[in-house]
Design a protein around this ligand. Structure first.
Ligand SMILES: *Cc1c(COP(=O)(O)O)cnc(C)c1O
Length: 395
C-alpha cells in the first residue's frame, strides 16, 4: 500500500506481488502476464534481443517450456508452439513459400491441410501437386525445378497407409526441396522424422500430446537455420499458444509416453481381434502381416505403429448407426488421440467436401470405421466391439 496515494490508485497496485519469497514450487507457475516491467531503454534493448521476457506473443515461459520438451522428444534444435495444429501448418507453409514455388503434397493428408493449399496457398501463385506417397516414383515424377516443399504424413488417414520417409527425403533433397512431415498420428514415440532427414516436423498437439481432448495446440520443430525464418513470420501471424494451455500441455506431456505406448499396444490387439470377427471384411493396421506396407512399417516403427486403425463392415448406413448405438464404452468423436477409445466415420466427415465417386476412390466406403485406440483394458474394448458387431447379423 502506498499511503500517499489514493484508494483509486492503490486498488490498482495492492496485492500484485507476493509478500513472502516463492521458492522452488514442485510445478511451474502459470505466467499469465502479457508483459514484464522494463527498467530502462538499455533493458528494453536487452529484452528485445531475446535476453529476457517482455511481451507474451514474442515469448512466454510456459510456452517456452513446452517448446523445449517438444525439441527434446523430436531430437530437434528449436520448436515453436502454436494455438492449433492448423496454426502450426499454416505458419510453417506460408513462411517458407514465395510466388512461383511449387509444393508436392501427399494426396492422403489431413483434409484441412488440403483446403489450406487449395484456398489460401494457391492465391499467392504457388502451385500444389498431389502424389501417391506410398509410391516414391510418383513423388519423383511430380518434382519440378521450382519444387520448394515436399509435404507428407507418415501414417495417412483413414486407410492407415505408410510413407517410406527415407526414400521421400532422398528424392526431395536431390531436388533441393524441404521435407515437412505432419507426424500427428505417429508421435515421437513411434518415429522421429528429423532423424530420417526431414527438415521440419509438425504436430497437432490437440491429439496425442494433449491426450485428454481438452487442449487445442500445435507445434513446429526443426534446426535453428530452418526455424529462424519461420519464427520471424510466426511472430507476425500471431498464432502462439496462450500460457494456460501451455501449462496444461506441459502437464500432459509428462505422461504422454505411458499413455501412448499403451494405446499403441491396444490398437494392435484390437486390430488382431477385429480381423478374426466374421462381420469385419478387413482391418487396416500396419502391424498386421497382410497390411500392404507391413515390412516397411516394422522397419520404420519397431516400437509401435500408432494408435489409429480402421476396419470395414457391411456398407449399410442403418447398421453402422446401430453399431454406434450398441457400443457401450467406445464413443463417436470428431477428434482422435485422447486417452479413451473413440471411433469416427470417414465418409460422413468428408461427405460435404467430395463427390460419392471421389469418396470411394479414396477408400471411404460407407462401412469404413476409424478407431483411435485409448488406454482402457484391451479385453474390455474388444468385448465392446464384438458385442456391437452383432448388429450386422440382424435384419
Ligand atoms: C487434427 C489434425 C490436424 C489439425 O490440428 P488442429 O489442432 O485441429 O488444428 C492436422 N493434421 C492432422 C494429421 C490432424 O489429425
Amino acid at each position: 500500500m502506498n499511503s500517499e496515494a489514493s484508494r483509486e490508485t492503490n486498488i490498482l497496485y495492492v496485492g500484485s506481488e507476493p509478500a513472502l519469497p516463492v521458492e522452488r514450487p514442485e510445478t511451474p507457475p502459470i505466467y499469465h502476464s502479457t508483459a514484464n516491467i522494463i527498467a530502462d531503454m538499455d533493458d528494453y534493448d536487452f529484452a528485445s534481443k531475446g535476453g529476457k521476457y517482455y511481451y507474451c506473443r514474442t515469448a512466454n515461459p510456459n510456452r517456452d517450456s513446452v517448446a523445449e520438451i517438444v525439441s527434446y522428444l523430436e531430437h530437434g534444435e528449436q520448436s515453436l508452439v502454436c494455438a492449433s495444429g492448423m496454426a502450426a501448418i499454416s505458419t510453417a507453409i506460408l513462411s517458407l513459400i514465395k510466388a512461383g514455388d511449387n509444393i508436392i503434397a501427399s494426396r492422403s493428408i489431413y483434409g484441412e491441410t488440403i483446403e489450406l493449399f487449395e484456398n489460401i496457398v494457391k492465391k499467392f501463385n504457388v502451385t500444389v501437386t498431389y502424389a501417391d506417397f506410398t509410391d516414391v516414383k510418383s513423388v519423383q515424377a511430380a518434382i519440378q525445378p521450382n519444387t520448394k516443399i515436399v509435404y507428407t504424413e507418415i501414417i495417412a488417414n483413414p486407410l492407415i497407409e505408410v510413407t517410406d520417409i527415407d526414400a521421400i527425403v532422398q528424392a526431395a533433397h536431390n531436388a533441393n526441396a524441404l521435407v515437412l512431415v505432419d507426424s500427428t498420428f505417429t508421435t515421437p514415440f513411434a518415429i522421429r522424422p528429423l532423424e530420417h532427414g526431414a527438415d521440419i516436423v509438425i504436430h497437432s498437439m490437440t491429439k496425442y500430446f494433449g491426450g485428454h481432448s481438452d487442449i487445442t495446440a500445435g507445434c513446429i520443430t526443426g534446426s535453428h537455420i530452418v526455424m529462424k525464418k519461420i519464427y520471424a513470420d510466426y511472430l507476425l501471424f500471431g498464432g502462439c499458444l496462450d500460457p494456460n494451455s501451455s501449462w496444461l500441455m506441459l502437464r500432459s506431456i509428462r505422461t504422454m509416453e505411458m499413455r501412448v505406448m499403451k494405446q499403441f499396444e491396444n490398437a494392435k490387439k484390437i486390430a488382431e481381434a477385429l480381423q478374426q470377427d466374421k462381420h469385419v471384411r478387413y482391418v487396416n493396421y500396419p502391424t498386421l502381416s497382410n497390411h500392404p506396407q507391413h515390412e516397411l512399417a516394422m522397419k520404420l516403427m519397431p516400437k509401435g505403429c500408432g494408435a489409429m486403425l480402421s476396419f470395414r463392415v457391411e456398407d449399410s448406413r442403418d447398421k453402422v448407426n446401430a453399431f454406434m448405438h450398441r457400443l457401450k464404452i467406445v464413443k463417436y468423436l470428431g477428434t482422435l488421440g485422447g486417452y479413451r477409445t473413440t471411433i469416427a466415420h470417414p465418409a460422413t466427415a468428408f461427405r460435404n467436401d467430395f463427390s460419392p465417386e471421389k469418396l470411394l476412390e479414396m477408400g471411404m466406403e460407407e462401412g469404413l470405421i476409424r478407431i483411435s485406440a485409448g488406454a482402457e483394458d484391451s479385453a474390455d474394448l474388444i468385448a465392446d466391439f464384438k458385442q456391437a458387431l452383432n448388429v450386422f447379423e440382424e435384419n
